[in-house]
Design a protein around this ligand. Structure first.
Ligand code: UD1
Length: 430
């Protein structure tokens, strides 16, 4: 197993190329199940979760092939071809699904195309109970027979799915995606109300539309889907990763550096940008990307509360707590999406951070100095927060269990070393 070693204290400077979005790519890959023609996807990041999804789709009968790279050095943007000529197997087994919660997104499209699906209940990051009731209830409203037995979801719709009016009682990214992936082939019109409005949903809608789906209301809380009989092949480029963007923006901020984030989209992370500006960081559009600069200013404590998009993303909460740990003053960071998403806090405390947990809020009193320590990653974004703290801490920080990082950050240590961080990945012999 690998670990990451960081010797902190270097202001970062230079440019980082932002990769394709993991959370957009995963549902879009599942769209390939809906057509017997190839779906070609550009700007696909090279990440463990993408490989897991490719393996899962492959065992459903999807031929997955790497068509090339978007850049000549083979570093950025893989081009994947996904061809589901025939669905040969409608079971998503525990061994694959447990690695990644987003595996449950095969449920909707398998049901829509093959009329049946058996999907293990998902695992994924240990950041809360994360049920799938909204997915299952929505699919049942489209006419599927759904039951849960022995750790598996069983769903059938032998006569096909039927359009329905579905009001989500709670905003869910995954449930919105699963229902979209099912409704596009349903008979008649489906209205989805109180849907997630995350930019990744818009990316999925764009891909489905390119395949011939008819969807209105993109970017709003209500999506209307007119079911079509079949979808065709298409080419779609995955949007840039807004969480990677926010993470590296905070890396520049915490080290007092200046970084250009090449290919990043400011409009996708406005709530986070607003907080970063209040904290004293300059962020502006530059050359089609973003320039983040805190070369000459202090870092000021500001509050943040996670919310569904367009609010502050829960996937940047851990990184923001690290940033606030090194700020002047106190900030209150409130988590409203997941109930158990503060596992980075005890690790940050071991690095000298002054954080008190109070219900769903972290009260972060900025300290003049964080100190390097051996720490343990507990989930994907928590891992990134420990790396950020390590970049500014005095002495050496060693982050273990970085397989979490590899699920969602492509070549993180290379990208950070490229802007001057003293960071390396080494084999953990312990
Ligand atoms: C997605 C993202 C994840 C992000 C999260 C919230 C992917 C692959 N993952 O996860 O990185 O942190 O959105 O922005 O895109 N819920 C229910 N019942 C359900 C489904 C969800 O109660 O059936 C709850 C969850 O427990 C959570 C909240 O709804 O409290 C939001 O979860 P959801 O938006 O579904 O997150 P994911 O799609 O799993």
């Amino acid at each position: 197993m690998d670990k990451i070693q960081i010797r902190g204290g270097k202001p970062l400077s230079g440019s980082i190329v932002i990769g394709g979005s993991k959370n957009a790519a995963l549902p879009v890959m599942c769209a390939s199940l809906l057509s017997d023609e190839p779906l070609i996807l550009g700007n696909v990041p090279h990440l463990a979760d993408i490989t897991t999804m490719a393996n899962l789709l492959n065992q459903h009968g999807v031929q997955v092939s790497l068509e090339g790279q978007d850049d000549k050095d083979g570093h950025i943007g893989r081009v994947l071809s996904l061809h589901a000529k025939d669905i040969t197997n409608t079971t998503a087994p525990y061994d694959l699904v447990r690695k990644m919660r987003a595996s449950v997104l095969v449920l909707g499209p398998l049901l829509a195309r093959a009329g049946e699906a058996e999907v293990s209940l998902p695992g994924g990051c240990a950041i809360g109970t994360r049920p799938v009731d909204l997915h299952l209830h929505g699919l049942a409203q489209l006419g599927a027979q759904v039951s849960v037995d022995s750790g598996y979801i069983h769903a059938t719709a032998p006569k096909g799915l039927i359009g329905a009016h579905i009001v989500f009682p709670k905003v869910s990214v995954g449930a919105t995606e699963n229902l979209l992936l099912a409704a596009v082939l349903a008979d008649g019109e489906t209205v989805l109300e109180n849907v997630a409005r995350e930019p990744e949903i818009n990316d999925l809608v764009a891909c489905l539309a390119a395949m011939g789906a008819e969807i209105d209301g993109v970017g709003t809380a209500t999506l209307t889907v007119r079911g079509v009989e079949r979808l065709h092949g298409a080419r779609h480029d995955i949007m840039p990763d807004r969480i990677e963007t926010g993470t590296y923006a905070m890396a520049a901020a915490i080290t007092g550096g200046t970084i250009e984030l090449v290919g990043a989209r400011l409009g996708d992370i406005e709530a986070a940008v607003e907080r970063l500006r209040q904290a004293g960081i300059t962020i502006e559009k530059k050359n089609g990307g973003i320039l983040v600069d805190r070369a000459n200013g202090n870092l000021i404590g500001v509050d943040a509360e996670t919310e569904p998009y367009p609010g502050f993303p829960t996937d940047l909460q851990a990184q923001f707590i690290s940033l606030m740990s090194a700020a002047d003053g106190t900030s209150v960071v409130t988590e409203t999406i997941f109930e158990n998403r503060f596992m980075h806090v005890p690790e940050l405390q071991r690095m000298g951070a002054d954080i008190t947990l109070h219900g769903g809020s972290a009260i972060v009193r900025g300290v003049p100095k964080l100190t390097g320590a051996p720490v343990m990653a507990s989930d994907l974004r928590a891992s990134a927060s420990l790396v950020l703290a390590g970049l500014v801490a005095e002495g050496e920080t060693v982050v273990r269990r970085i397989y979490h990082l590899d699920r969602g950050y492509e070549r993180l240590e290379e990208k950070l070393a490229g802007v001057g961080a003293d960071i390396e990945r080494v084999k953990d012999v312990a």
